[in-house]
Design a protein around this ligand. Structure first.
Ligand code: CU
Length: 469
């Protein structure tokens, strides 16, 4: 009798624990409900593109010819525009002297379309063709780039933009992408031919000596007074972080890393690390007629001019009126910080590896190129559709913009201080010795990469996998 009573008590305790566990999980999951979706309604439209990567000569920077590697012979590569629900088919041919892949940064694709060599597909050898096909589930600003020897291939000019438009896009008078980049050139104006140098590895990757917007120095965008435009900023640099000062503009941030924010936000203080996107809703007031509105980078001590919006000296046009689309459901997850940490990623460096220095996650280094004989390690296993509290701990003095494929996450705290960023991210910048807590409800099953987006850090080991099941 006594024994039966004990069994009943034990079962009751176990059931109570199980209920408590599921309630604990589902509080964050319930709050997440209505945020970015598990599925997208297909439009039935197939958008087929061909993209070819090959060496090319283009007139860049100040107009001089430059030997690059390019998608379709242009830098930035093609700007692919599709509408939410459209199926995207990209028939890609590699005419580079190296194997490559394409990764669709920020796009929730089926795992097999993620472009990670040795994990989701074999490298695409020179002369080979690979077909990428997926239906983006989120509207916003995304980009694509190689995921093999990326510190060299992206630096040489391989990057393009994927804009997924809303089903009913707000009636901006203009929709413009500014691709921010920098180039390390030799004295004779060639791309500096050594990659993954000891200097790059010991610092924040390869920082260039020429900063460009859309491949040009001193980008200018001419607009009519009164216009209202969407300006999509994207950082494709290997290592450089930008802090765009847009105070000359009447602008709000409406989307970060693709997805709309919960509300329009003041643009001051945003850092655009490699991989990050920032979408601005810009109104050109009629009073700006005839003026030049400068956008300047203030991340470094010396401000760097990025570009100018040149307002024509003419009769203002009527400003499009519509509510800001920055009205997404973003969970607050105020109690998320108190939940157990499902996985911690400690970021550090040590001597060793083929470059002399290797960057590590949880004391492990992995390189696509040099460690391809071994399976890539899995640093965390996350339950699909459930809450995960993750922590990045920077044990080094360097910058690390940490990027996770296949999911969006929200920053919960920096260095223990709760923060409320009313938006999701796919890349978060850690400064020296930062500890950043994030929360996520991954919806897409797969083995996804987690890596530093300073490409020299990634290339020398700072990459791992998270498995979502
Ligand atoms: Cu890093």
């Amino acid at each position: 009798m006594l024994r039966a009573a004990r069994v009943v008590a034990l079962v009751a305790v176990l059931v109570a624990l199980a209920i408590a566990g599921s309630v604990r999980r589902s509080a964050e999951v319930r709050e997440f409900d209505g945020a970015y979706p598990e599925h997208v309604a297909e439009s039935g439209v197939l958008r087929a593109f061909t993209v070819r990567a090959a060496p090319a000569e283009v007139r860049l920077l100040d107009g001089r010819p430059l030997q690059v590697w390019a998608y379709d012979g242009r830098v930035p590569g093609p700007e692919l525009h599709v509408r939410l629900g459209d199926r995207v088919r990209v028939t890609f041919t590699n005419d580079l002297p190296q194997p490559t892949t394409i990764h669709w940064h920020g796009v929730r694709v089926p795992n097999a379309m993620d472009g990670v060599p040795g994990v989701t597909q074999p490298p695409i050898e020179p002369g080979e063709t690979f077909v990428y096909e997926f239906t983006p589930k989120d509207a916003g600003t995304f980009w694509f780039h190689p995921h093999l020897r990326s510190s060299e291939q992206i630096e040489r000019g391989l990057f393009g933009v994927l804009v997924v438009e809303d089903v009913a896009p707000p009636p901006w008078s203009r929709d413009v992408v500014w691709v921010l980049d920098d180039w390390l050139l030799t004295q004779t104006g060639e791309i500096f031919p050594e990659f993954n140098t000891r200097h790059d590895l010991a610092h924040d990757g390869r920082w260039g000596n020429v900063v460009t917007v859309n491949g040009r120095v001193g980008e200018q965008l001419t607009v009519h007074p009164g216009e209202r435009l969407r300006l999509r900023l994207l950082n494709v640099a290997n290592g450089r972080v930008f802090a765009p000062d847009v105070s000359a503009l009447d602008a709000t941030v409406i989307a970060v890393d693709g997805n709309y924010a919960a509300r329009p936000l003041p643009p001051a203080g945003f850092e655009l690390a490699p991989g990050n996107r920032l979408d601005l809703d810009v109104t050109i007031p009629p009073s700006a007629r005839g003026r030049r509105l400068a956008i300047v980078d203030r991340f470094t001590q010396q401000p760097i001019p990025l570009g100018e919006i040149v307002v024509a000296d003419e009769t203002p046009v009527e400003t499009p009126r519509f509510p800001s689309p920055a009205a997404a459901h973003v969970p607050a997850w105020r109690d998320g910080l108190g939940t157990p940490v499902a996985a911690e990623f400690r970021l550090n460096a040590r001597a060793g590896g083929p470059f002399g220095i290797e960057w590590t996650i949880n004391d492990a280094a992995f390189r696509h190129d040099h460690d391809a004989h071994a399976p890539m390690p899995i640093a965390a296993r996350l339950p699909v559709g459930e809450w995960s509290h993750l922590r990045f701990t920077n044990e080094s003095y360097r910058l690390h913009p940490m990027h996770i494929h296949g999911l969006f996450f929200k920053v919960l705290a920096r260095n223990g201080e709760p923060v409320d960023e009313p938006y999701f991210r796919d890349t978060v910048l850690l400064h020296a010795h930062d500890v950043v807590d994030v929360g996520a409800v991954p919806l897409d099953v797969g083995t996804w990469m987690l890596h530093c987006h300073i490409l020299e850090h990634a290339e020398s080991g700072m990459m791992t996998l998270v498995d979502v099941r």
